[in-house]
Write a protein that binds this ligand. Structure first.
Ligand SMILES: Cc1cc2nc3c(=O)[nH]c(=O)nc-3n(C[C@H](O)[C@H](O)[C@H](O)COP(=O)(O)OP(=O)(O)OC[C@H]3O[C@@H](n4cnc5c(N)ncnc54)[C@H](O)[C@@H]3O)c2cc1C
Length: 428
């Protein structure tokens, strides 16, 4: 995107085309204005359009420009945290509320895909959280205990069962989560945009919101370079890719860089032995490795790191070694694309809900779990604006934006630490 192959890589090359959109060049009025065309903003716009209310989406770049067009495509249930830690962080009623909502989030995603005929390589065999060493096995045993206590459809696999589903002998166990699956992430974002347009929403791209002013009747006027939209409600869905006027949202998130590298399509004989049933996987290591197949049989391998400065060469060399260690049969398979993006992390790994001003609301900080959460949080924000959900019934409590200290330092630690680790890992 924006002529940079390192932003969306494989997903840009294989997604169906984006719907035609224009730059905003008028002064418009709507019931709700949504800022940002990722999963949060687009699922909100779809919900508002379907309810028969007018909605305008303003996107600074292109549909799916942020995390929604760059991610791994693992549609997981729940948060990164285990259920007990969610309860500890949120207390009641929000702990139970968010666990139930996010338990159902993959079903909401796959139902939307089916209902709107979204062509996004959707597949739902489950995902595998793979254990590395005794500590990894312990962590997965505890996760299984907690999720089963919650009634989730998860099962802990032993070494042989894990090898059968991954095609790799490197893991000693895996937690199979049957609620989950994979999608082509940019195709899902574009499909949500098509559905929102069909429901009557208007989407403008290359139309960054620059300022917000309160009108005498209480509505908000959002101004872009060439136009404006006035609406009673504003849903800010800009998350880790926020640019002004809400740049303070970025100060509460630590940007975690994450990259993906994709092979050419694997020859059929090799393809049958790598992730043979199409499970997406990630492991229990601190600097984790993820892997998944696309529909054409390309293996996509990813980890923490930024493909800039010296990082591109280091991470690509690591990806080759890691792939060969995991799947020795891929030794002569070349890579054909690489891309990276920024994950918005919060210190406690819990997303945030903010009421930034009267009827200006946002949710952000999904900690690398944004496909299901973005979709259901967008719907919840839309219901709030439509008046069908009370503030007290939102998935999270409304809280002020809290700037975190040492943000730049933490980002540098992620970027340099992952490069240093990848420089030596899997060499021996
Ligand atoms: C590399 C990577 C891997 C990931 N892997 C996974 C995964 O496997 N599974 C998973 O569930 N999640 C994953 N995530 C997280 C997930 O992608 C995000 O949480 C999710 O896409 C966030 O969606 P969103 O709609 O809230 O924000 P985004 O998709 O980031 O969209 C925000 C949009 O707002 C626009 N914007 C910003 N400021 C303005 C403005 N002033 N005016 C107008 N528009 C503006 C931006 O241009 C952007 O398009 C990953 C993220 C990354 C980066």
């Amino acid at each position: 995107m924006n002529n940079d192959p390192l932003t969306h890589g494989l997903w840009e090359r294989t997604a169906p085309p984006a719907p035609n959109t224009n730059i905003l060049s008028d002064d418009l009025y709507a019931d709700v204005v949504v800022v940002g065309a990722g999963y949060t903003g687009l699922s909100a716009a779809l919900k508002i359009g379907t309810a028969g209310r007018s909605c305008v989406v303003l996107e600074a770049e292109e549909i799916g420009f942020g995390g929604s067009g760059r991610n791994v495509g693992l549609v997981n249930a729940g948060l990164w945290l285990q259920p007990a830690d969610v309860h500890k962080a949120l207390g009641q009623p929000y702990g139970d509320r968010i666990l139930s909502l996010l338990d159902q989030a993959p079903s909401v995603v796959y139902d939307l895909i089916a209902r709107h005929g979204i062509s996004c390589e959707a597949s739902r065999p489950g995902t595998l959280h793979c254990g590395v060493g005794a500590a990894g096995d312990r962590q997965l045993r505890e996760r299984e205990r907690q999720w089963r206590g919650f009634g989730a459809d998860v099962v802990l696999l032993d070494r042989d069962e894990t090898a059968a589903l991954t095609g790799s002998k490197r893991y000693s166990s895996a937690l199979l989560d049957r609620r989950a699956g994979t999608i082509q992430p940019l195709a899902y974002a574009r499909g949500l945009a098509d559905a929102a347009l069909a429901a009557g929403a208007h989407i403008f791209t290359k139309s960054a919101v620059r300022s917000t002013t309160r009108q005498t009747d209480g509505s908000w006027r959002l101004t872009t370079q060439n136009g404006s939209v006035t609406a009673r409600w504003v849903i800010v869905a800009t998350n880790a890719y926020t640019v002004s006027p809400w740049s303070n949202l970025r100060t509460e998130l630590v940007p975690l860089p994450y990259f993906n590298i994709a092979t050419t399509p694997l020859p059929p004989a090799i393809r049958q032995s790598v992730l043979p049933q199409g499970h997406g996987i990630w492991d229990t290591k601190e600097i984790l490795t993820s892997a998944r197949m696309d529909q054409a049989g390309r293996l996509v391998i990813g980890s923490v790191g930024a493909l800039r400065h010296g990082g591109a060469a280091i991470h690509e060399a690591w990806a080759k070694r890691a792939m060969h260690r995991l799947f020795p049969q891929t030794r002569n398979i070349p890579f054909e694309s690489a891309w990276w993006g920024t994950i918005g992390m919060t210190p406690d790994h819990v997303p945030r809900f903010h009421c930034m001003a009267d009827r200006i609301v946002t949710m952000c900080g999904y900690n690398g779990r944004g496909i299901g959460p973005g979709t259901v949080f967008g719907i919840a924000l839309a219901e709030l604006a439509l008046g069908t959900r009370a503030l007290s019934q939102m998935p999270l409590a409304c809280q002020p934006v809290r700037r975190i200290t040492g943000r730049t330092m933490r980002e540098a630690v992620y970027e340099l630490g992952s490069a240093a680790s990848h420089l030596v890992t899997d060499r021996f």
